[in-house]
Design a protein around this ligand. Structure first.
Ligand SMILES: Cc1cc2nc3c(=O)[nH]c(=O)nc-3n(C[C@H](O)[C@H](O)[C@H](O)COP(=O)(O)OP(=O)(O)OC[C@H]3O[C@@H](n4cnc5c(N)ncnc54)[C@H](O)[C@@H]3O)c2cc1C
Length: 486
């Protein structure tokens, strides 16, 4: 395990929030407004001259939507008058931060890029795949093509919003091209679900509103696959290998992209048992857009209300990240800012390695370390244990999950961690502290899950509990009370 002990000592969490003005357009039309006029840096005459020699195209830029079917921005790009050049960028500003060169997420993306390439070849087209910064990639594209427009699906993370604003400005200035962005990752953005003009902060009323406004149009298919002939025709451009971008296969099996409807049907009965296949494993596919959220809503609606509710949680946390970007580095509720975390590094390392002596916690962490996945019930237990029993800052745990989870998604991860820590929207109250042993009795009574992941259980190498439950509980209650001035 490559965690560095000192890495977590005096962590600072820089603010990366940004504001973004967005104008809502009607479905099927351009959804964003043109940016400011050309600032005069590039000469209009020169642009016109260069453009004459180049191919007139629209660019469709794949990001977290790695599929050709039911893809909103792609559908709109293909409906427009220009031929469409599909683009993917292995962004070195993101990749360079990944310590593990066997990062399964990069392998996953590469795999699905290759699948898209295969499908494009069938219609005589090809993906353009770049490896470098996004800014450089667009510079190269502007010099190769006469870009009329760029189409993307919206991303709600603040760094992605800043990136998109930059590229929007750049393509306008350098090519006089439009930048059109669309809602695709979620069923509803905040503008649809807002209550009296402001976003919901609590899940239950949000979910009621979500369900009350849902119509079949919201989850109908955007049939991008039916317009494949509108892709530009070009000899194949080779996609670089995983090794060529500096990564290797992780050797972790990826969950199937096919939704198992049997699991959905029984979801409310099976979802809390970590030893069985009782959840759908759609998270990585939703994360990278290899399935469409509309497709999942369409297929699961009517099959199981509890499952649909989980998809609403996903929308909820995306909306929270979009509307309250401070959550990325801060407590959602500032009332908890006075909480004094203990942040003991040795205890944190024991937690990371699955060596706390608490069986369910350790099984979960070992599952995560070995497979890049952890069952949701167990995620709640390990997050509660770290923040409440050990009084370690939720940001440490969140960052560890971010480095390990195949399905890592900033909005859901941040939401899950702040919920467990008690600092978030709709958080479980601080005085409700999971007892890891009671959770084990309830959700893994026969030790099936635990024995799968803890091979040294009942041996000398397996550690004694690093903290006493009763003492830790009392210490936590005192710390939270003090922080809240109670
Ligand atoms: C501390 C903590 C951290 C988490 N980090 C992430 C993360 O980084 N990425 C992530 O996708 N999920 C995260 N979750 C939510 C949840 O644990 C996973 O979505 C789920 O375990 C994935 O397995 P599945 O696809 O089989 O889910 P299923 O139970 O089959 O659910 C279907 C889909 O609903 C969505 N979903 C389910 N539960 C939640 C939830 N609580 N919040 C938001 N969406 C949900 C997911 O997209 C999931 O794929 C986290 C939860 C906690 C408590």
């Amino acid at each position: 395990m490559s965690q560095n002990k000192n890495q977590y000592k005096k962590e600072e969490y820089p603010l990366k929030t940004s504001k973004r003005k967005r104008e809502a357009f009607e479905e099927g039309q351009a959804e964003s407004k043109m940016i400011e006029e050309d600032d005069g840096k590039s000469s209009k005459k020169q642009q016109d001259k260069n453009a004459k020699q180049k191919r007139k195209v629209s660019i469709f830029w794949f990001r977290r939507d790695l599929r050709l079917n039911d893809n909103t921005a792609l559908y709109n790009a293909l409906k427009s008058q220009n031929e469409v050049v599909p683009l993917f960028i292995f962004d070195t500003e993101i990749l360079d931060k990944l310590e593990d060169k066997k990062d399964a997420r990069v392998e996953f993306i590469h795999l699905y890029i290759m699948k898209i390439q295969e499908q494009l070849k069938q219609v005589g087209s090809t993906l353009i795949v770049k490896h470098g910064t996004v800014d450089n990639a667009f510079k190269e594209l502007v010099s190769e093509f006469d870009i009329q427009s760029v189409y993307v699906n919206r991303d709600y993370e603040s760094s992605a919003k800043q990136r998109d604003e930059r590229i929007k400005k750049y393509v306008k200035q350098s090519a006089n091209a439009e930048f059109y962005d669309f809602k695709d990752q979620v069923i509803f953005e905040a503008s649809s679900t807002n209550k009296d003009g402001s976003p919901y902060k609590v899940f239950t009323p949000y979910s009621k509103k979500w369900l009350s406004i849902l119509t079949s149009e919201d989850y109908s298919c955007r049939p991008s696959e039916s317009l494949m002939e509108k892709f530009w025709k070009s000899p194949e451009r080779k996609v670089m290998s995983l090794e060529e971008i500096g990564f290797e296969k992780a050797g972790i099996p990826f969950p199937s992209v096919e939704l198992n409807e049997k699991i959905v049907k029984n979801y409310d009965k099976t979802r809390d048992t970590p030893s069985i296949e009782g959840t759908t494993r759609m998270s990585v596919h939703l994360r990278f857009g290899t399935v469409s959220i509309r497709d999942l809503v369409r297929r699961s609606k009517g099959l199981n209300a509890t499952y649909l509710n989980e998809l609403i949680w996903r929308d909820f946390y995306m909306m929270i990240l979009d509307q309250f970007p401070h959550v990325e580095n801060n407590n959602f509720k500032p009332a908890y800012d006075k909480l004094v975390w203990r942040n003991n590094v040795d205890e944190f390392m024991a937690w990371c390695e699955g060596k706390t002596g608490y069986h369910l916690v350790d099984a979960g962490m070992r599952q995560l370390n070995q497979t890049g996945y952890m069952h949701n019930r167990v995620r709640m237990v390990v997050a509660s244990f770290l923040t409440k029993h050990l009084l370690i800052d939720w940001k440490w745990g969140e960052r560890y999950f971010a480095s390990k989870l195949l399905d890592y998604d900033l909005s859901a991860n941040n939401g899950g961690w702040q919920w467990a820590a008690g600092t978030g929207t709709d958080a479980q109250p601080y005085f409700r502290i999971f007892n890891p042993d009671s959770q084990q009795k309830k959700f893994d009574p026969n030790y099936t899950y635990i024995k799968t992941w803890i091979k040294d259980l009942n041996t000398k190498t397996y550690p004694k509990p690093i903290v006493d439950h009763k003492l830790a509980r009392e210490r936590c209650l005192q710390a939270f009370k003090k922080a809240l001035g109670q």
